[in-house]
Structure formats: C-alpha cells, structure tokens
Design a protein around this ligand. Sequence first.
Ligand SMILES: Nc1ncnc2c1ncn2[C@@H]1O[C@H](COP(=O)(O)OP(=O)(O)OP(=O)(O)O)[C@@H](O)[C@H]1O
Ligand SMILES: [Mg+2]
Length: 412
Amino acid sequence: MTEPNVFTQYIQKRNVIVKNKKILQSSYIPDKLPHRTDKINEIVEIIAPSLSKDKPSNILIIGKTGTGKTAVMNYIGKELKKADPNRENCAFIYVNCEVVDTPYGILYNIANQIITDPSKRIPFTGWSLDKIFAELTAYIDTEDKIFIVVLDEIDRSFQKNGDDIFYYLTTINEVLNSSRVSIIGITNNAKFTEFLSPKIKSRLGEEKIIFPPYNVNQLQDILYERAIEAFDTELLDDDVIPYCAALSAQEMGDARRALDLLRISADIAERNGDNRVTAAHVKSAKNKIELDAVSEVIKTLTVQSKTVLMSVIKNTEEGMDVMTTGDVFTTYKWICEVIGQSTLTQRRVAGLISELDMLGIVHARVKSFGRAGRTKEIELNTPKEIVGMVKSDEIFKDLESYRPPKQTTLDF
Ligand SMILES: Nc1ncnc2c1ncn2[C@@H]1O[C@H](COP(=O)(O)OP(=O)(O)OP(=O)(O)O)[C@@H](O)[C@H]1O
Ligand SMILES: [Mg+2]
C-alpha cells in the first residue's frame, strides 16, 4: 500500500473508461483505414512497379487537414516493407517537412535514412548543401534500387525555403545511373503548386491524388473502428459517436478533430469520476477545444493588437456592448498612456480591429448613416475565460486599478 499523497484523491476519483489511450491519439496508425481503400489502391497501383525496380511517377497528394493523407502514406510504407522486407528493390523514406524544415534538415533526414554505413553518415551540421547533394547522389547510385521519398507537409518547406530542394530531388534522376528516386509530396494547401516554377510543378505533380473531406457517416465508421479497440464500448452512450462525427463533419470533415473530440470527451468523463461517456461530455469537449484554439490565437497577438482587444474589453465592461472605432480608439489611447506604450494612428487601430474580426475575436459590422457617413459597430465576441486570460496578461498589470474615462457613445 502506498502512503496517501496529493495524487490519491485524483486516482481514486478517476474511473477508467478508456482501456488503451494510445489508440485515440492522432499519431496512432490503425491497421484499417475505412473509406480510404480507393485512395490506397490508387497510390499502390502507381508505386507498385518500384518492387520490380521500375521508377514510379511522382505523386502529389492534396487534401484538407485530417483527411487521412499521413495515415494512408504511413500505412502504405508499412505494407511496402512487408512486400520487400530487406529493401532489395525499393526503399521508403518518410520526412515531415514541418518538423525538419530547413533544406539541410530535410536532406540530412533523407540521407541518414538511406545511408546505412555509419562511416558515411552526414554530420548534423557543417556541410554545404552542395556537398550533401553530391554525397547523397553518389551513395544512392551505389544501391541500385528505387527510393520513394515522401515529403509530408511539403508546403511548409516551400514557404520557408523556396523550391531549391524540390528542384534537386526532382532532377536527381538525370544524374543517376542505376538507382531512381520518386517523390510523393503531401500538402493540405491546394494553392501551393501555383508558386512553384513550371518545371518543378509539372514534375512533382506527374500524378495528382485528391483526398476529399469525410462525410458524417464516414467519420462515424472511422470513430467506431477506433472506439472498439480503445474502449469498452458498453461505456459509450449511443449518441456519443454520432455527435462527435456530426460536429466534425459540420466543420471540415476532419477525422483528427473527430478523434480529438472523442478522446477529450472520455477524458472529461474520467476526470469527473463518471462511469460512462455521454453527449454532455462531448459538448464540454467541444467547448474545451474551441477555447484552446482561441487561447492559442491570443498568445500570438502583438502587444498593439492585445491593447486594441483590451480596449474593446474595457468598453464592454463599462456597459458599451456595441461601440464605434472612435470609442475603441479613445480607450486605446488611454490604455497606451497608462501602460507606457506608443500609440498608433486611428487608421492603424481600425486595421487591427479588422484583423481581430477576421480571427473571430471581435465582431465588426459596417453601419451606414446615410449621408452622415459610415462607421463600424464593434462587439466583443470572446468567452469569459479568454477575457480573463487577456486581462491577466503581464502588460496590463498596471491597468487593474484604473477605470477608463467616461465616454458618450453614439446612439445606435
Ligand atoms: N480513414 C481513416 N481511418 C481511420 N483513421 C483515420 C482515417 N483517416 C484519418 N484517420 C485518423 O485521423 C487522424 C488524422 O489523419 P491524418 O493525420 O492522416 O490527416 P492528414 O490528412 O495528414 O492531415 P494534415 O493535413 O493536417 O496533416 C489520424 O489519427 C488518423 O489516424
Ligand atoms: Mg498529415
């Protein structure tokens, strides 16, 4: 028996509903991928020749977030290893360009999955890109096989580094004698290819495969498959999975979002000490996810934007539910003075209000007064938890003891 400690009450209160939490994580690769058999077959058909050392076409996979692109490619990678366990004819190399996002990082990662001889490994830093290109090309050619290089989130690398690395990888076959390299690019940004040079664009996109968003029934099937493994499904109310699926289908048909909802719902139920997961838990999970998303956005705001938001908050607290840009600007100037910060012009502040509107943190509607002109009606559109978070920001600590100057608002 362990001695009682601060954790005891939580452990005793917590009911275990999820048998295997790992299965609900989005990094888990399931053995079955419902509703993606057609996409798997399309890709397999294109890359199958690699097993007899024929170079497959390059492929560009495009689809919104959570449509199973990464899961499908990882699944295919596993299957390819089963088909050619000793990598005699083809090697499958997977790189996530968001995680390793410099050209050096990407090449280092590819090279060290290919180069198995420890004495030939590429150092973590220090070489020029030309030198890595040369060594990698020479090494690849000694192997006499097909290399399938998957560049996941390929647009991330492009945004930061331009298309040099794609140029290298798509033209490498011109200098290779025995081996061949095929590229599979994955992106959730359909516009990304517009910015590539025409040559790279046509090479990367020799074959294009689109992953459509999942509909509500498909999301339900995906959730059921995962739930059967992760839960004692007796402990899930019947409407939990349909509800998670419906909420995610409404948004974008995103399976990651659906799984997050299910996982967080179960987590909330466990933490509450409840013995089943219900639709009420899903509702709380939805709120939690939304709140987390807004707080992430708030964290990235500049000090000036936060000050504009704080001005809207202060005005709202003073009873001004709807305000004009001028009202926000007056309070903004006052806050800048109290916290000792430079002031922007009213025009710039209006621009920051529009940005907050686009982020969904405030609501701004243009209101016309006929010949008297136009103004904006601005309202706070943020849950109280977020308001609390902004108010407790270190930069506003001097504001607490002050009240803004009285303002007379326009009568709407
Ligand atoms: N058909 C499916 N069957 C089972 N699980 C799936 C299916 N499609 C997606 N998933 C699961 O949903 C989550 C998100 O999928 P995945 O990571 O493959 O999305 P993605 O298309 O790569 O998204 P992003 O563009 O954001 O990277 C993962 O946990 C994945 O296992
Ligand atoms: Mg992905």
